[in-house]
Design a binder for this molecule. Structure first.
Ligand code: GRF
Length: 208
């Protein structure tokens, strides 16, 4: 399977999926990386592994960025099967969601629907979780629709919130689980072990 990964920041989720692909756990190849910030760590890592980097979207400070239709055409050219958002912070245009229906995944560092949606990203999520007194947080992988963090949930992993946790402590504990969860889910995706329940909820079949 051919994978496209979208990043905006450090790209640690991208790196862990790439490593899982190189180790043969994920039967898929990351053939292109898309970013809204060409200088971010994820883009640097892609260049260091000779993976092509596309700039999206086109904005005033990134005038060389692709338009939505150019991006769709380019992903088609790369024969992409699945799109994985990994720390990507911009909305996905409807044109891309329609072109890749049920083939775009995102990871969010909380147990959605809690602490999700516009404004909840990066450390803001963990600060809100710690301040709420929640005893558990975690990671969620969901299908992407035209809103932030609202698509069908595909997988979750629970992480305890300890009484003396800072937001940074929690972020580090959740990020470790994100890496494990995303590699497992992408492995299932590439092995076509995702089945659809009658009400549209995607389920992962375990490896026999
Ligand atoms: C992670 O918590 C991820 O869930 C969120 O952005 C953070 C950084 O991700 N979307 P990465 O290191 O850039 O993969």
């Amino acid at each position: 399977k051919k994978l496209a990964v979208f990043v905006s920041g450090g790209g640690s989720n991208f790196r862990s999926i790439h490593e899982a692909s190189l180790e043969g756990l994920v039967h898929g190849e990351i053939v292109v990386v898309v970013t809204n910030k060409s200088s971010c760590g994820g883009a640097e890592y892609a260049r260091s592994k000779n993976i092509p980097v596309l700039l999206f979207p086109k904005t005033k400070d990134e005038p060389h960025g692709l338009s939505a239709s150019e991006l769709v055409a380019t992903l088609r050219h790369f024969e992409i099967d699945f799109i994985l958002l990994a720390g990507y912070l911009k909305l996905i245009p409807l044109e891309l969601i329609q072109a890749y229906s049920k083939c775009i995944l995102n990871i969010h560092p909380s147990l959605l629907p809690a602490f999700g949606g516009k404004g909840y990203y990066g450390m803001k999520v963990h600060k809100a979780v710690v301040n709420s007194g929640a005893r558990f947080s975690g990671a969620t992988i969901h299908l992407v629709d035209e809103h932030f963090d609202t698509g069908r949930i595909l997988a979750q992993r629970v992480v305890p919130v300890l009484s003396n946790d800072s937001a940074e402590d929690l972020a580090a504990r959740v990020l470790k689980e994100e890496h494990r969860l995303y590699a497992e889910v992408v492995a299932a995706l590439c092995d076509e072990r995702i089945i659809w329940r009658s009400d549209g909820v995607p389920l992962i079949q375990s490896k026999e």
